[in-house]
Structure formats: structure tokens, C-alpha cells
Design a protein around this ligand. Structure first.
Ligand code: GLY
Ligand code: MN
Ligand code: MN
Length: 450
């Protein structure tokens, strides 16, 4: 019995009274093209509560219902299907290996949910993600209402489960922190390998291959999100994922990639000179972003807020924008008028965990978005700190030497009582250390020359 999972389910059930039904569906396969699927990965909420790694399954928690507090709906065992697509736990495995008190076949979900609803008052699931699933649940919930003679009303409260579940995911427990630390460590070494392998003339795709080779060979499970390998002015495209240009001499390379461990992802960006030497303008922009990042990381303290971290980065970056000749005017006015957004157009942080843009914006039921971002940071929260400066190549207002430069530096930070714990600190980011890393012989990967 996995006590961590038992404890998570108990903590979630404490939010609900007896007579509630909590439903969490697993991820489906998604078709890519023809009969080829996208790589499958479990739904984060479902994994958080079950550790069950199969598609087409559903978790149902019924607090206080004897013998049916923890129900799993699963695919049936099927010798032929398992020969083609892999092993299944089946009904017995769901109970014996995964601790379900009761297991049903997935095809019986609607019928069994309708039965559970007969004497339930409240049904909770995360609405609005999957219209077909929403309809399925509503059909089961309403089944008895359409038969008034049965005198069964069924539940009269539908609750968005994210309000109870996502705050639990916001505060990381020791097991989650351990997974994030391991993902961070592998990711740091993967970024180092990209720096070592890089030289002008390499394709961005070769660097992506090296990054993701170290992710998997180093013990990661998969990428946590599509890797970005953006050289030269590709780095000014925030979510560039083409990754197939030859890296020009004299260019910077921005790499944003992180691997997953136990489905928890790192999220790291490093920017380095392809030939191992920052030019003067590149170094000036790099130093500006680094100063903003160090200041923002220092603001990741108990009692400060998510907003504060962004404000510190924006203040530092706006000062630098004036020094670099990108903006002209008085700092506070430039911030108030959002002038900085021309060169720094994204937020500084997001929560990090099972999802790269992790859940957690929802602290409670009553706050506005602005109030939520003003809540104090607390131990166990993990967020990224990722300021950047992006100067479009055709920005005729910018000094010519700065055009086409994009720099972002991103680390993952755990809030602790003792200050910010930078989980990704192993990854080099001081300019001298970066220059010393680039162009060293690769440690793990060889260039492929056919
Ligand atoms: N890799 C996506 C992000 O940094 O938010
Ligand atoms: Mn990020
Ligand atoms: Mn990132």
C-alpha cells in the first residue's frame, strides 16, 4: 500500500462530507495522424491520487461510504489486446496492487455512478476539460431525475473539484520535492551537454537530440514540455519549437527544456554563445537578465508574494532597458505605462510540479485572480523564475547592435523557511562558467556525421 497516495486521497476527502462523490478521469490516447497516437502520458490529477498508469480509467472517491470509499474503474484484462498494446491491471490488479476497495470495468461507469448517485448529495469533478466526460457524468447524475416515480432526487450540488484538489498540488510534499530535485539534476546535466556539443554550424535539432538523450539516458521519463532550441533571432520567439536551423557563428542559443521524473518536470532555460564567447552587446543583455533573475530569486521568500517576484524582475529589467538604450524616460513611469512589455512581454513565474504550468492559482473559493497572486509565498511552493529580454530583429527603435538578441534565464525555486532553494542551481549560468562550458568535448553524446 502506497501510504503517500492513501494520505493524498484522505486529505482530499476531508474537504467533502459523507454523501459526496469525487470523480477523476485518467488520460485518453490522442490520435496524432493516421493510426499513430501521440505519446501517452497519465493525467496529472489522476496520477497524483492513484499512481495508476493506465488510460481509460476513472477514480471515484466516496467519503464515508463503507467499502466504497476508493473505487477504480479500469479496462478489463484481455489477452489479445494486451499482446498488442501492453499489460493491464484489470479488476484484480486494481484492488490487489493499487489498493482500490472496489473495482469495476470502465464500461460500467455510467451505470455504477447512477447507482452511487441515488443517495448522494454532491458530485465533484474538474469541469470543462472534456465535454464528452462532462456529459457522461451529468447523464448519470440526472438518470433518476427523469424517473420521478422512483422518488430519487440524486445530488443537488455539483462542485468544481479543482477548488479542493489543486491547492493540495500547490504545496509539494517530500516525495514530490525529491522527484523535482532529480528532474532538475538530470536537466542541468542535459543543458551542460548541449553547451558542450554546440559549435557554429550544428543544427538546432542536433542540440535538441543531445538534450533529450541526456534526459532519457540520465533517468528521466520524457520531456515535460516541447523543448525549445532557438538560435540567433529565433530566441525572440517565445515558444519557438521548430528547432531545425543551422546555428550561425556569433549567435546566442536559447535552450528551454526540462525532463520529468515521476511525472514531475523541471523547467530550465539557459542562453549561451554558440562559439563560446559573448559579444559585448550580447553580454550586456545577458548581464541585465541575470541581474533581474538573481534579484527576483532573492524575493522568493516566505511572506513575499508571487506578484513581488515579478515586480522585482520588471523593475530591474526596466532599469537595464534604459541603460541599454532600448527605452527612454523615468523608470517608474515606464513601468506604469507598461512600456517594458515591448521587450519583456511574459510573466516572471509560474507554479511547477506535475504540470509545467502547474495548478495552484486557486488558493481558495473567494479570491479574485489579483488577490490570489498577492497571497504570501509559503514553504513547499515551487515556482520558476524566468526573466528575459527579447529584441526583435526588425525593431528599428532599438540600437542596431542589440537587434535580434533574445535572452532568458530560468530556474526552479522551492520556497523554504530558510529562503529560496534553487533546485536547478547545478546548471551553470554565470557568464564565465557558461563560456568555459561551451565547446568542451561532449561527455555523453557524439555528433552524428553520415
Ligand atoms: N517552458 C515553458 C515555460 O518556461 O514556461
Ligand atoms: Mn517556465
Ligand atoms: Mn521554460
Amino acid at each position: 500500500m502506497n501510504t503517500v497516495l492513501v494520505e493524498r486521497r484522505q486529505r482530499l476527502m476531508h474537504f467533502f462530507s459523507p454523501g459526496s462523490i469525487v470523480i477523476v478521469p485518467a488520460a485518453h490516447h490522442a490520435l496524432r495522424n493516421g493510426d499513430v497516437d501521440h505519446p501517452w502520458r497519465q493525467d496529472s490529477d489522476f496520477w497524483f491520487l492513484t499512481g495508476f498508469d493506465e488510460p481509460d480509467s476513472i477514480l471515484v472517491l466516496c467519503p464515508g461510504r463503507g467499502g466504497e470509499e476508493f473505487i477504480l474503474f479500469v479496462r478489463p484484462r484481455d489477452r489479445e489486446a494486451e499482446t498488442w498494446t501492453g499489460r493491464r491491471a484489470g479488476l484484480e490488479g486494481a484492488v490487489v496492487a493499487h489498493g482500490a476497495e472496489k473495482a469495476f470495468l470502465i464500461q460500467d461507469f455510467e451505470k455504477e455512478l447512477a447507482r452511487l448517485c441515488e443517495d448522494a448529495q454532491e458530485v465533484a469533478w474538474v469541469f470543462g476539460r472534456d465535454a464528452a466526460f462532462d456529459s457522461l457524468v451529468l447523464r448519470a447524475v440526472r438518470r433518476h431525475r427523469t424517473q420521478p416515480k422512483l422518488r430519487i432526487n440524486g445530488p443537488d450540488r455539483l462542485t468544481d473539484l479543482s477548488l479542493a484538489l489543486w491547492p493540495l498540488r500547490l504545496f509539494k510534499q517530500p516525495e514530490e520535492i525529491a522527484a523535482l530535485r532529480q528532474a532538475a539534476e538530470i536537466t542541468a546535466e542535459a543543458h551542460h551537454e548541449v553547451m558542450r556539443l554546440c559549435q557554429p554550424g550544428r543544427n538546432e535539432s542536433q542540440l535538441q537530440a543531445a538534450l533529450e538523450y541526456v534526459f532519457l539516458a540520465g533517468g528521466g521519463e520524457r520531456v515535460g514540455y516541447g523543448s525549445i532550441v532557438a538560435s540567433a533571432d529565433n530566441a525572440t520567439i517565445l515558444h519557438y519549437t521548430e528547432n531545425r536551423m543551422l546555428v550561425p557563428d556569433g549567435a546566442l542559443v536559447l535552450v528551454d527544456g526540462g525532463c520529468e521524473v515521476d511525472l514531475h518536470t523541471a523547467d530550465v532555460t539557459r542562453t549561451f554563445p554558440a562559439n563560446g564567447r559573448f559579444s559585448e552587446p550580447q553580454r550586456a543583455v545577458y548581464d541585465a537578465v541575470l541581474a533581474a533573475q538573481l534579484a527576483a530569486i532573492d524575493a522568493c521568500r516566505v511572506g513575499r508574494t508571487f506578484h513581488d517576484v515579478h515586480d522585482v524582475a520588471v523593475h530591474s529589467l526596466t532599469q537595464s532597458m534604459v541603460q541599454l538604450g532600448l527605452l527612454h524616460g523615468e523608470i517608474d513611469a515606464l513601468i506604469k505605462e507598461n512600456a517594458f512589455k515591448k521587450y519583456y512581454m511574459h510573466g516572471t513565474s509560474h507554479w511547477l510540479g506535475l504540470d509545467v504550468h502547474d495548478v495552484g492559482g486557486v488558493h481558495d473559493l473567494t479570491s479574485t485572480e489579483a488577490q490570489k497572486a498577492s497571497k504570501p509565498l509559503m514553504p513547499g511552493m515551487v515556482l520558476t523564475v524566468e526573466p528575459g529580454l527579447y529584441i526583435a530583429i526588425d525593431d528599428l527603435d532599438a540600437p542596431e547592435t542589440l537587434r535580434g538578441i533574445g535572452v532568458r534565464i530560468e530556474d526552479d525555486v522551492l520556497i523554504t523557511d530558510d529562503g529560496p532553494d534553487v533546485l536547478t542551481r547545478a546548471c551553470v549560468k554565470l557568464p564565465d562558467a557558461i563560456e568555459a562550458m561551451v565547446g568542451n568535448p561532449p561527455r555523453w553524446v557524439k555528433p552524428v556525421v553520415l
